[in-house]
Design a protein around this ligand. Structure first.
Ligand code: HQG
Length: 184
């Protein structure tokens, strides 16, 4: 499957599994799972896709956005939801520094309010600069890469989680834990 098709299917699956299941006539259980055959039928109303191709998208997705259960009867998104679901994430001690990629236009507001989760269920943090830059580029050209003092946050009692696909998640990052120094 070529990369454009893969990306298009992945985006459509993200819409169904993270944000708007109702648009596809499917529902997610409390942990975000849905029946993979029902999802397939719903996707087939919009895309030409077989079960084998859905398996390829899950396996080859650049960020491992989706997961099947062991029997492949259920499927869910690993993170990034805006719908209320419980991913049953276990809290985890974070790397001592994490990164957040955004754009300069957001800098002033982040300085005032810290990093907010907005429509998503968590603030998303990256394990390295390169990943943060990729996240930032989705928003515009004037990148602002923030360092988050995650070890200090953890000591202060803030809780971190890591999704199945390696994204670090937390509820809120107050600006006193953000190093605004580095611009790219
Ligand atoms: C910004 C992608 C003003 C925040 C990525 C970001 C990630 C504020 C935007 C995942 C703010 C929200 C999430 C404040 C935060 N004032 N702006 N106080 N606090 N912001 O897309 O982190 O490809 O919801 O900096 O890889 O960019 O979908 O979050 O610019 O893991 O799998 O508000 O999405 O994953 O944007 O990205 P988003 P994000 P996928």
């Amino acid at each position: 499957m070529d990369s454009r098709t893969l990306k298009h299917i992945s985006k459509t699956m993200s819409l169904a599994l993270r944000h708007k299941p109702e648009l596809f006539g499917i529902s997610l259980d409390e942990n975000g799972w849905t029946d993979s055959q029902i999802l397939l039928k719903a996707l087939q109303k919009r895309l030409k896709i077989s079960f084998e191709e859905m398996e390829t998208v899950v396996a080859e997705n650049d960020k491992q956005r989706f997961a099947f259960n062991a029997e492949k009867t259920l499927i869910r998104a690993n993170q990034g939801h805006s719908v209320e679901i419980d991913l049953d994430l276990k809290s985890k001690i974070p790397l001592s520094i994490l990164f957040h990629g955004t754009i300069e236009a957001n800098g002033k507001s982040i300085q005032e309010k810290g990093l907010l989760k907005g429509k998503r269920n968590h603030v998303h943090l990256s394990k390295d600069l390169e990943t943060a830059e990729k996240v930032a580029k989705r928003h515009g050209a004037n990148l602002l890469i923030l360092k988050v003092l995650s070890a200090e946050m953890q000591t202060a009692g803030f809780v971190f989680f890591q999704s199945e696909n390696g994204v670090w998640l937390t509820d809120h990052v107050p600006s006193r834990f953000i190093d605004f120094g580095e611009k790219v």
